[in-house]
Design a protein around this ligand. Sequence first.
Ligand code: PHB
Length: 389
Amino acid sequence: MQRRLLLTALGLASLLANPAHAAEPLKIGLVLPMSGPFADYGKQIERGVRLYIAANGDTVAGRKIELIIKDDSPGTAGDVSKRLAQELVVKDKVDVLAGFGLTPAALAVAPIATEAKKPMVVMNAATSIITARSPYIVRTSHTLAQVSAPIASWAAKNKIKTVYTLVADYGPGHDAEGQFKKTFTAAGGEVVGEVRVPVKNPDFAPYLQRIKDTKPDAVFLFLPPGAETIAFMKGFADRGMAQAGIRIIGTGDLTDEDILDALGEPALGAITAFHYAQSHKSAENAAYTAAYAKAYPKERPNFMSVAGYDGMHVIFEAIKKTGGSADADKFIEAAKGLSWVSPRGKIMIDPATRDIVQTVYIRKVESVSGKLQNIEFDSMPDVKDPGKP
Ligand code: PHB
């Protein structure tokens, strides 16, 4: 009896001395563009994060989830993202850093994750190199190389012999251009022209004219979804380039559901490779899109929202496996090799790279009951990022 009492007292003492596991909230600091040109990235990711909590509860391993969102608008200024991440670590004392809409933000914050020893869950930024910049990074989105190789293979097999590439002039654009060219030329295709355009406000007119004059079978595109994508598509249509026999191919960022309605008719027939489509047919996606529609009836779920949702799954599962500890080394060990069925299909965190392994689908933009959708018609399972050094 006495021994039992003593054990109970000891148990209580250790709980009091080490309350982190039982009582302390789990603070997740989200660095996201919530205003400015890329505000939709932050909003989509936040919706995915909140939907995961709504579906799975707000407590994991006894710790209540607390979200702290910092707006790093415009999302392309690394110094802004870095200062906010520092604030999250030092002032807010977050346990986990997450979010990251664009590559410059993720690259700028990676050294903070390493120095402060915080797990960093990348929910969008998609340049291959990012995960190599800190041992504490895990990514639940995609990489441009991962989705560019499949569209290059598809093009080479489907009578597209010459391609003009047009990409945004920064990390993900360079990755998309490099991987597309590598895979396409290895399969016998020819890149007959390439151009890199400013990330913001490029004037597409001269590029479009040059492409039209070159008469490639297709133009391959990567632009971060937004006003630029819409401007490109409009210019393409206005110049009658489809009628001139030029097709549009790209990574699915191009026909993202968040901008698809705004792209309108010119997007019809575009072929892209991507890991998520709102129209993806599975029980998991039916549940996801229904929950999304109920919570956000005016919006459409896109790949960013799903990466936010899956990023929360990594956090929940890793914290369960560590018994409530957010220690960066333990967290990352727990995250390595996690596999589950996401709304996008079966996915896994590659234990070697901490990057995502997933099915890449080939899709075509079609009008379904009056709404533009990316309709999947082919797929490659278990695609790893081919862009790792
Ligand atoms: C990025 O900046 O890494 C980025 C942005 C938008 C995308 C993909 C990647 O659709």
